[in-house]
Write a protein that binds this ligand. Structure first.
Ligand SMILES: Cc1cc2nc3c(=O)[nH]c(=O)nc-3n(C[C@H](O)[C@H](O)[C@H](O)COP(=O)(O)O)c2cc1C
Length: 295
């Protein structure tokens, strides 16, 4: 008589009707952006939103050239951003020359990604073009001397740059903004040859992420309770939301093998003193020298 083979033990699986549904791409993206606990329950979802929610700054690059037409693609995206009164008070300087990039890296406190990546885009709040047009037409420019015009130009530059960053990311490229160019605004203006009435608001490094480096991860943000107000701004939930976020930030830092200092510490450190602005406490003087009286 032959015996039947013993039934092999089966891996346990929950009955089909109680198995948790796999997390949707939207739920996964939200968990990465906010941490599981603070994720909003529901959002709309499409390729553009997926791309936006997957943003992360990249700080390790291969030196390889960008694809053909990448700069022009980013600039077309940038020029498609809204512009206050369509005045288009911004410009961008594409810096690829290695020596010039090295100089910008030095001015930005030695940020190595500026040297590694093949391109840094320097985004300019540009009142020089309006000055030149008015000069040519022999018309007055009093309005350009006001803080409002500087702010409009800076906002235009920022909106344009962000469109360029999204376009770059959609091509598989990495980016990181370089606000540290404002540490040395006069020197940066010289390096990229800015005329009077033009100011480098920030840079944007663009390149291929280095596959040998640990991939950049999505960095969680404040819970929406902190930034989203309905009808009227409310300050009361802010401290609690920030405290909750501080735990999320610590968990993220631990996961990255970083010191878990949290987020509140960086707000406090940046807020503490003039010195904590890394030279940007003298920005008003620098702007006056560059031809922005900021009246
Ligand atoms: C205007 C601006 C300036 C920035 N300047 C720098 C910089 O000088 N160096 C740097 O490594 N990252 C810089 N960043 C990147 C921020 O540190 C980064 O966006 C932030 O930590 C959130 O991380 P994420 O972009 O990966 O989500 C800057 C970002 C912005 C928007």
């Amino acid at each position: 008589m032959t015996s039947l083979p013993a039934e092999r033990p089966r891996a346990w699986a929950p009955p089909l009707d109680t198995a948790p549904a796999p997390a949707s791409p939207a739920a996964q993206a939200l968990a990465a952006r906010y941490g599981e606990a603070a994720s909003p329950p529901e959002i709309q979802w499409n390729d553009v939103i997926e791309r936006l929610l997957a943003h992360r700054s990249v700080r390790a690059y291969r030196p390889d050239a960008l694809p053909a037409g990448a700069i022009e693609t980013m600039v077309a995206a940038a020029q498609s951003a809204a512009s206050s009164s369509n005045l288009q008070l911004w410009s961008v300087v594409a810096v690829q020359d290695p020596e010039r990039r090295a100089r910008l890296a030095e001015l930005a406190g030695g940020q190595k990604h500026i040297v590694q990546a093949p391109l840094i885009l320097v985004w300019v709040a540009d009142l020089a073009r309006a000055h030149a047009i008015a000069d040519h037409a022999d018309r007055p420019v009093e309005g350009l001397g006001f803080l409002e015009s500087f702010l409009v130009a800076s906002i235009d530059a920022a909106l344009a740059a962000q469109n360029a960053a999204v376009a770059a990311e959609s091509l598989g490229l990495g980016t990181v903004y370089i606000g540290a160019l404002r540490n040395k605004p006069l020197e940066v203006a010289k390096v990229v040859g800015l005329p009077p009435h033009a100011f480098a608001v920030f840079g944007l490094v663009v390149g291929w992420p280095d596959p040998a480096a640990p991939p950049a991860q999505v960095k969680p943000r404040l819970p929406q309770a902190a930034v989203l107000h309905h009808e009227q701004y409310r300050l009361e939930p802010q401290v609690e939301a920030a405290t909750q976020y501080d735990d999320t930030a610590r968990a993220f830092q631990r996961g990255q093998g970083l010191e878990p200092t949290g987020w509140i510490a960086s707000v406090l450190a940046r807020s503490r003193s003039a010195a904590s602005l890394n030279g940007r406490d003298r920005l008003r003087e620098a702007l006056e020298t560059l031809g922005f009286p900021l009246r």
